[in-house]
Write a protein that binds this ligand. Structure first.
Ligand code: NAD
Length: 483
């Protein structure tokens, strides 16, 4: 694998230069499939963040700031094309770093290329407006970059989250400082090397790996940062919003969820079944939009639970290279959290549980896919984001009950409704409090075109699609008096 490397995992990337972090310190790099230490990454800290923010500001004041929307789009498109030529390498790197099965890692790399293609095409299509006003005035609006944007990315989908946030930010002419997660930063470094090769000017995208409490906190507190995009836990999201408030800058927060699928007895159950399992166990459940609650109408409940349980029984967790249904979790810490939830469900009925492959190393962070049935809606397992391959199933009687249960957590990221009744589809879609609702599917293939974000503690602001371009720009009104 190492012969493919075209970036330096031990360095930070600032102003187009790979360099040792200012502290000279490194953090361990672990392969979650084996638990082995396989190298080290830079421990970027406040001094590196400060240099990166300065480099980004200089880029805005220099070549990058003068680059037309058309040319920004062309650069992004070229980055996408280069990513496309490296799909297999990027998938291998992500599989090693995140423990994500190869097919799923590959899908992330394909999505990264597609984000660059989408935002490359969109860069010169964001228009202002003219506004009819008093006699003697001409009024129009301009969409301008915020300036320096900070991007704090988690370990679960590094490539997809970089694509959707950095892609949109660059399209609008911002200059970015990216702080990838300490558990998985390799594809961020691989990506910026490709961006340089595609002609992105120095300073437009800087990458500083490091710990959240060090590099991350320094980025959110830096007075030279004009917008922060954060994806991760609710607890850290609050800290990010507080830090942003100190500098009075906007934030986009994407903080995960407890996303339900609601299955009515008139639904096409054969179509629903793969999603009821797959949308939970994807990336071993470490997905912000994982569907981790299934609400099933009472008269089909027993039958559908049995079918789901059989599918869970067949799920295998194995090293990423074996490309099984599930890989390991990201870390020993995450495994301890998820195992703790399984213990907290000891009062519940387990109706399906997968296995761990015999060749999976003991030191890897494997947890079997596990499904609990008859879970009271207020149970800890039905309320909290577990971030592991744990499904909870809840029976309901009426549409009203389903809405109350679906809206009855502090989250609101995604929901899906399975029913053939068109009027019910419309009613439910309006009453469910989430950023996305899917009807007779879940996730719609994850299209980059589809705006995405949360309600409640799932966060605020929208990423993905054209909508993200509004979030990554500021509107200026110009009123000219000419008599
Ligand atoms: P986290 O929120 O701690 O980490 C996410 C990112 O934030 C990482 O890059 C991290 O370095 C950075 N960070 C951490 N502390 C920071 C700080 N004080 N200031 C600025 N940045 C900081 O998430 P985690 O500890 O890796 O995972 C814990 C839980 O969070 C998971 O169990 C899961 O429930 C949730 N989570 C959600 C998502 C999501 O996609 N919404 C992603 C990862 C984790």
């Amino acid at each position: 694998m190492h012969k493919h490397l075209w970036y330096d995992a031990t360095k930070v990337y600032i102003n187009g230069v790979w360099k040792a972090p200012a502290s000279g310190q490194q953090l361990p790099l672990q392969n979650p499939s084996t638990g082995e230490e396989i190298g080290s990454i830079a421990r970027g800290q406040a001094a590196d963040i400060d240099q990166a923010v300065t480099a980004a500001q200089n880029a805005l004041d220099g070549e990058w700031g003068r680059t037309s929307a058309l040319e920004r789009g062309r650069i992004l498109t070229r980055i996408g094309q280069l990513v496309q030529t490296r799909i297999d390498d990027l998938a291998m790197i992500e599989a090693m770093d995140v423990g994500k099965p190869l097919t799923q890692s590959r899908n992330d790399a394909i999505a990264l290329a597609r984000y660059m293609e989408f935002y490359g095409g969109a860069a010169d299509k964001v228009h202002g407006e003219t506004i009819p006003y008093l006699d003697g005035y001409t009024v129009y609006t301009l969409r301008e970059p915020h300036g320096v944007t900070g991007h704090i990315v988690p370990w679960n989908y590094p490539m997809q989250i970089i694509g959707r946030s950095v892609g949109a930010a660059l399209a609008m002419g911002n200059a970015c400082v990216l702080k990838p997660a300490e558990e998985a930063c390799l594809t961020a470094l691989a990506f910026v090397a490709l961006a340089e090769e595609a002609g992105l000017p120095a300073g437009a995208l800087n990458v500083v790996p490091g710990l959240g409490a060090e590099a991350g906190a320094a980025l959110t507190a830096h007075p030279g940062v004009h917008h922060i995009s954060f994806t991760g836990s609710v607890g850290v999201g609050k800290l990010v919003q507080i830090a942003a408030a100190e500098n009075v800058v906007p934030v986009t927060l994407e903080l995960g969820g407890k996303s339900p699928q609601i299955v009515f007895s008139d639904a096409d159950l054969d179509a629903a079944l793969p999603f009821l399992v797959g949308a939970c166990i994807q990336n071993a459940g470490q997905t912000c939009s994982a569907s981790s609650r299934i609400l099933i109408q009472r008269d089909i409940y027993d039958d559908l639970v049995a079918k789901m349980g059989a599918r869970f029984d067949a799920m295998v967790s194995a090293p990423a290279r074996m490309d099984a249904n599930l890989g390991p979790l990201i870390s020993a810490r995450q495994k301890a959290i998820v195992t703790g939830y399984i213990k907290a469900g000891s009062d519940l009925r387990i109706v399906g549980q997968g296995s761990i492959h015999k060749d999976a190393p003991d030191a890897g962070h494997y947890v079997p896919a596990t499904m609990f049935a008859d879970v009271p809606p207020d149970h800890k397992l039905a309320q909290e984001e577990i971030f592991g391959p744990i499904q909870v199933v809840i029976p309901f009687d009426t549409e009203e009950d389903a809405i109350a249960i679906a809206n009855g957590t502090e989250f609101g990221l995604v929901a899906s409704i399975w029913t053939r009744d068109g009027a019910r589809q419309m009613r439910m879609a309006k009453r469910i409090k989430t950023g996305q609702v899917f009807i007779n599917n879940y996730g719609a293939g994850g299209g980059v075109e589809l705006p995405f974000g949360g309600a409640g503690k799932s966060g605020h602001g929208r990423e993905k699609g054209f909508e993200a371009l509004y979030g990554f720009s500021a509107l200026k009104t110009v009123a000219a008096h000419h008599g």
